[in-house]
Design a protein around this ligand. Sequence first.
Ligand SMILES: [Zn+2]
Length: 345
Amino acid sequence: MQLPREVIIGKGVLRCVVEVVQRLGLSGSALIIAGQTSCEIAGKKIRDMLGQAGTSVDTLLVENATIKDVVMIEERMKAWRPRVLIGVGGGTKIDVAKLSSSRQGIPFVSVPTTASHDGIASPVAAVKGLNKPYSVMAQSPMAIVADTDIIIRSDYRFTASGCGDLVSKFTSVRDWELAYKVKNEYYGEYAASLALMSARLITKNAEAIKPGAEEGLRLVLEALISCGVAMSIAGSSKPCSGSEHLFSHSLDLVQSNGSLHGEQCGVGTIMMAYLFDIDWKGIKDTLQKTGSPTTAEELGVEPESIITALVQACTIRPERYTILNTKQLDYTSAKKLAKVTGIIP
Ligand SMILES: [Zn+2]
């Protein structure tokens, strides 16, 4: 089990990156991975602060999350062995930093600038070009520094997407349980409970999660980080990624239109909850309260794409047993499912 050593969440905590790096014994040299925007709003500040504290810092800007970007970062690390890699940004920057640092055996510190999904704290990374449209094992961040002053200024859509990724634990945990019962797979009740607790907390406090609300944002961040820890405890993404994630990955292949991971997972959760015969209306209600999409139209995808994504979802990751294996959706039953849950008209 590989767990984060330090988690710091709050207003203005970006400056803590320096002490965290010192406390972990990683001062001396650091490589910052950021995007153009995240470099402006956080990366440069970290570079300056670390520089003043005597750590030599190099910054590498990446714009995508492909295996090419991972290899490029690895080349930089090989040429100049930094003691720590600091990933600054939303999903993609964190993902490539996590995977490349893991492959090079260098500790990784996560500095999220959005609260869009649980990858900010998980040991898995989603990278394109690996011939796998889903996340692969990398390493857990050594530390997570989430400055709410910065994250609250990001587009609220990202936080709403984070809520979609969080409610998906209602069905991913069920899928994990199912795999345990049917396939006798390893199932960890502690990790499952931790993931489920995050989804329940979001449901309970959905009204507090809105644009500009610091308390709500903090809750989303804590819940996302707890999910990351649940995956670390489980040693896989299973507690946090089930049939609803397969639907999202499948939709990426069917109609990639720029809707966010968490947004798609939220919509998937409504439908998978219906299949599990659990409170899908309650899940929909939570998503609506937090401003996350609940229909194909809100996702900006065609109804046909939803149906095709549903039918193909079980082929994305055949080794992962979920409710989709039990239900075996065909075109007619998939259409019925999307209609009855109000995802398509
Ligand atoms: Zn996710």
